[in-house]
Design a binder for this molecule. Structure first.
Ligand code: AHM
Ligand code: MG
Length: 332
């Protein structure tokens, strides 16, 4: 990486993106611009998030989204902000969002990219001041630029992603992303309004001592999950679960650990959505040397069949993910 000399901890996100553009041999700068558009929307959502308690925009909006869940006001706001950023930029031709029933075809004749996004994940945490996140995946469209959007542009396997990332609105706000050349994390400096490189080339520990799962669903788990979690307990691992996927994923990525959302009676295919939750995190996990599977196969190899498709998700330190797969197999 020839640009390696030109950036270091403290480099701004803008500068980093520019320097990294040379990683794409045919890049015309559109992907870079798209990443900048996302970063700008993230700053706006960060602003709305930090003052949510004050301006009375937290709380249920009274509407129900596609999955039948209560939509929070901030979800709606975040969705609007990201939609606006993605549609105004000109690089994107179609958007899939957790908050929208169907594909948004931007009718943008020059847009090369398709974006799948969960604008504000972990929304049950908004009102109680716990971390929330944005998750995004970027794909190159399959069909010719300028032609109508087809199913094959949208229903791409996760391994086709050209970039993916998340924003964690936590004790600090961070943007973590990959374009397939490792994972880098940027921390937001409020007073300057900039993201700065704080976590260059993130590598997940090979194993860890944290497991993150909603144990309230234990009676609904299949035997293999129960066996694995009992094993974690015998090894005296710590249980850590915020109910915000991005926060739980981020912690385990840095410290070593595993996040599990298995199939349950209520959600026989798990709860999380393949297109705009699992795929992005799976790509980041793999780029950091971690793993992500549905218990049997790589998340990135799943060919989606519907927009809001769900999948079980096991992601985190490589050895731990392999271990849970072993337990699942053994219990069959
Ligand atoms: P959301 O998209 O409605 O916010 O749901 C996704 C969230 C994840 O962030 C989190 O890991 C999970 O749902 C928690 O679900 P549960 O409350 O069933 O444990
Ligand atoms: Mg979500």
């Amino acid at each position: 990486d020839q640009s390696g000399l030109a950036y270091s901890v403290g480099t701004t996100l803008d500068r980093f993106i520019k320097l990294k553009q040379s990683d794409f041999p045919f890049a015309s700068g559109e992907l870079s611009q798209l990443l900048r558009d996302i970063a700008l929307a993230a700053k706006i959502v960060n602003r709305e998030t930090t003052r949510a308690g004050l301006s009375n925009i937290g709380g249920a909006f009274g509407q129900v989204n596609v999955q039948g869940e209560e939509q929070q006001k901030l979800d709606v706001i975040a969705n609007i902000r990201f939609m606006r950023a993605l549609s105004k930029g000109g690089e994107v031709c179609a958007i899939v969002s957790e908050e929208e029933d169907s594909v948004i075809d931007l009718q943008n004749s020059s847009g090369k990219y398709v974006v799948a996004i969960d604008p504000l994940d972990g929304s049950s945490n908004i009102d109680v001041n716990i971390s929330i996140g944005t998750i995004f995946s970027i794909y190159r469209r399959k069909t010719t630029v300028g032609s109508p959007i087809l199913k094959e542009d949208i229903m791409q396997a996760g391994r086709e992603q050209v970039a993916a990332g998340y924003v964690l609105y936590g004790s600090s706000t961070m943007l973590v992303y990959t374009t397939g050349c490792g994972v880098n994390g940027f921390t937001y400096e409020n007073s300057l309004g900039e993201f700065f490189l704080s976590h260059p080339d993130i590598k997940a520990p090979e194993t860890g001592q944290i497991y993150s799962v909603n144990e309230g669903s234990q009676l609904e788990w299949e035997q293999g999950i129960l066996d694995y979690v009992n094993q974690c307990k015998r090894e005296k691992f710590s249980a850590r679960y915020t109910g915000s996927l991005v926060a739980d994923f981020h912690r385990n990525l840095l410290k070593g650990g595993i996040y599990l959302y298995p199939a349950t009676e209520k959600n026989p295919s798990g709860k999380l959505r393949l297109l705009y939750e699992a795929n992005a995190l799976a790509y980041i996990a793999e780029q950091a040397g971690a793993k992500a599977t549905d218990g049997h196969q790589r998340i990135l190899d799943i060919i989606p069949t519907s927009l809001h498709q769900r999948t079980p998700l096991f992601t985190g330190s490589a050895k731990m993910v392999l271990e849970v797969e072993k337990f699942l197999k053994a219990s069959k």
